[in-house]
Design a protein around this ligand. Sequence first.
Ligand code: SAH
Length: 221
Amino acid sequence: MISDRERSGIGMTSARTRERLIERLKEEGIRSEAVLNRIREVPRHLFVDEALSSRAYEDTALPIGHGQTISQPYVVARMTEAVIADGRPSKVLEIGTGCGYQTAILAGLADTVFSVERLGPLLRRARELLGSLGIRNVRFRHGDGWEGWKSHAPYDAIIVTAAPPETPQALLGQLAEGGRLIIPVGPRSHQELLTITRRGDQFEEQLIGHVIFVPLLPGLD
Ligand code: SAH
């Protein structure tokens, strides 16, 4: 349950604290007003453990249990900018729901978000939290992200928030024409964040930057 006190965001989670994060993201080069507004709107402190809520508006990744992390706001912002670069997507597939923060950001900027997570407890928590925030345009699946979510394909965008050593072929196959896959690829220590755009049978690759994500693991837990 979320108390009124949490909902209103008191103290370290105040509007001023949130605004400082927005300023910081602008300084770091985030330009999309739509993305900045959505980050301003979504209460990140509700997605982390209460003990960490005073740090929720720092531009940093934080632990969410089960050895996983909530992504750094800058990285969420950059990836979301890439998702909406061609306008509002109708269908977005997200691999790695985690605490559901990136999911909540996307839900305000796309018609429908499909989100796949391999850890059941994280998925349940994310589903409950998004429900309590009144977010209704997300479909969740307890599944293996390496396989995507074929029955709802093709997607205008696919965003992967855990890093595989190489791009999963199934995800390329589930992109719509002109659709884009935003994905960190590489070994555990450092990865390249890529946008891969489908042009017929060809895939155009563009480097966004360097990042560190938890690994995209095989199979269900
Ligand atoms: N977007 C999340 C980031 C979560 S961390 C957020 O904003 O909080 C990455 C997540 O990917 C973890 O929850 C992890 O369990 C999940 N994951 C790793 N391998 C996976 C796979 N094969 N299929 C689905 N989810 C996977």
